[in-house]
Design a binder for this molecule. Structure first.
Ligand SMILES: Nc1nc2c(ncn2[C@@H]2O[C@H](COP(=O)(O)OP(=O)(O)OP(=O)(O)O)[C@@H](O)[C@H]2O)c(=O)[nH]1
Length: 532
């Protein structure tokens, strides 16, 4: 006999992940990976786009400011030129000169101060008004250079005697006869509020973006952080490009070590360079914020998607899970019935279900047959002793009323001896047929062993049962058996629960009744006495 060791397999199976967990994990992994890849791709593209856009915006902005600055410088030069023309031949009238410098300074608001200097360097007028000792002469190298040049002169930034860092623009005053009479000049105080502030100070960004202007030498002449004015930044790659006369945009690490997205352009009149720039970090932080918002907005949808995946996974795995549960308990009598509750809504589940049902039916059929065989007497086809015991146990447990008839062929040994064992077998089969003919559908006919038989008649009175027994006895006694002669039967009859309330005493009492029938001469029926 073979046994099936189920336990180790079950333990191994229990240790494995189930299909639902696997599919869920797979879907979760797929969703998260897809999200991560999309976010990464989107981040990379957006970053590049943002960098390009910022570079281009700064380039355009720097060009615009260079144009504006150029215009400003051109008009400042023109204004000085116009004044120089008006002052030609008028340098003797001190109050008129004072009026002129005041007007140039206040009208245009381009200069922080204005000055008229004679050809020998004497200061003739100064605005804002200041009393100079008579005969005071200019002494700075830039002023002397302007006198020497006798033409338009734009200084580099320099520290004036007043201690201020200034730029100085001078136009020559030429008399009608062509004689050089001096110059009229305007100055811009680079480290104080000046016209460049008004022109350049309104940078549109509030995110660390800034703006600066360098001269030809790479020196800051304007910076949104005014304390840096005067600093040399020629090492900055953008400034180097400007000093070579280039315009454009590029990502650059400035002299402070900060990564910047810079646009730059030159001012033609002065050859100054203007740089508009935005820190790379502000672009990244803006992008990070954008990504955060994207993820935050995607989260509810992601949650809905995951719930949907969970629901679908449950729907897909449910039939397989149910079939697996049934497969765990194939020995359950209801296993086949349980498979009917499996909702095989897709093809593979349906195939599995039908395959399992077919297997279960074959198995059930085999079990039924084996069970039937184990409870059946092979010679007569009647229920055997084991089957009888099961029925008796069941009926007594259910308190089923019944009559038990025990019968035995008289002198059967003689039949065997006289006609042989085979004929004896035929006689046994013949008696079995007689039992069948005298029983109802609900009666149980049994061969207990040898030539001994029993009949169980449910729900019959003692009189009815006795009538059945007697009819049987008389029928058998009145016709030829396979031996060619009649055989006779001795019968005992007992009732449950009247004769005995338990199976063993009941069998004992009916056996005693049969023995009494034999003892009384055979071919008769005896009713058992109630158990003591
Ligand atoms: N042919 C055949 N004989 C069987 C079978 N089982 C038992 N027997 C025979 O049945 C006979 C029973 O004999 P006994 O127990 O002495 O009883 P009996 O001869 O019927 O006598 P009483 O019962 O006292 O009337 C024996 O000869 C057994 O060999 C069987 O399956 N086939």
């Amino acid at each position: 006999m073979s046994t099936v060791n189920v336990t180790p397999f079950s333990r191994r199976a229990a240790r494995r992940l189930n299909l639902r967990t696997l599919i869920l994990s797979l879907c979760l992994l797929t969703v998260l990976l897809t999200l991560a890849i999309s976010l990464y791709a989107s981040y990379t593209v957006q970053r590049q786009l943002l960098i390009q856009t910022t570079l281009e915006a700064n380039r355009v902005y720097a060009s615009k400011l260079a144009e504006s600055t150029n215009l400003f410088m051109t008009s400042a030069i023109d204004r000085l030129s116009y004044s120089a023309h008006r002052l030609s031949g008028q340098l003797h009238n001190a109050s008129q000169l004072q009026d002129a410098v005041d007007r140039i300074r206040l009208d245009s608001n381009r200069f922080n101060s204005t000055i008229i200097v004679a050809a020998d360097g004497e200061i003739l007028a100064y605005s804002p008004q200041k009393v100079y000792p008579a005969g005071q002469h200019v002494a700075s190298p830039e002023s002397l250079a302007a006198l020497r040049q006798r033409a338009l002169y734009i200084s580099e930034p320099f520290t004036a005697p007043s201690g201020r860092l200034i730029i100085f623009i001078a136009q020559p005053i030429i008399a009608a006869d062509g004689q050089y009479q001096g110059y009229v000049a305007g100055t811009i105080y680079l480290q104080e509020h000046n016209a460049l502030d008004t022109l350049l100070g309104e940078h549109p960004y509030k995110d660390g973006s800034n703006l600066y202007v360098v001269d030809e030498q790479g020196r800051l002449i304007y910076h949104s952080q005014s304390q840096r004015v005067g600093e040399y930044v020629e090492r900055n790659p953008v400034v180097s490009a400007l000093m070579q006369g280039h315009s454009g945009s590029q990502q650059v690490t400035n002299t402070q070590g900060t990564s910047m997205l810079a646009g730059f352009a030159t001012v033609p009149t002065t050859r100054w360079g203007i740089v508009a720039q935005r820190p790379m970090a502000s672009v990244t932080s803006e992008l990070n914020h954008l990504m955060f918002i994207t993820v935050r907005n995607a989260l509810p949808l992601l949650l809905v998607a995951l719930l949907l995946i969970g629901w679908l996974t449950r729907l897909i795995t449910r039939p397989l899970h149910q079939l697996a549960q049934i497969a765990h308990h194939l020995d359950d009598q209801q296993a086949l019935h349980h498979t009917n509750n499996v909702r095989d809504w897709y093809a593979e589940a349906g195939q599995l279900k039908r395959a399992m049902q077919a297997g279960l039916r074959v198995m059930q059929h085999k079990i039924d047959r084996l069970s039937q065989e184990s409870l059946t007497d092979p010679l007569t086809g009647l229920v055997n002793r084991r089957g009888l015991e099961q029925v008796l146990a069941q009926w007594s447990q259910n308190q089923q009323r019944f009559t038990l008839i025990m019968l035995d062929i008289d002198h059967f040994k003689r039949v065997n001896d006289a006609f042989g064992h085979d004929v004896g077998d035929l006689v046994l089969c013949y008696i079995a047929d007689q039992l069948r003919q005298h029983s109802r559908q609900e009666d149980i006919c049994c061969r207990c062993g040898g030539e001994e038989f029993m009949m169980l008649l449910p729900d019959v009175s003692a009189e009815q049962a006795l009538a059945v027994a007697e009819r049987l006895r008389l029928q058998v006694a009145g016709q030829n058996s396979p031996t060619g002669q009649p055989v006779t039967l001795s019968l005992g009859l007992a009732q449950f629960p009247e004769t005995a309330t338990a199976v063993i005493p009941l069998l004992k009492q009916v056996d005693l009744a049969l023995y009494a029938a034999k003892h009384a001469g055979r071919n008769q029926t005896m009713v058992a006495q109630p158990a003591p």
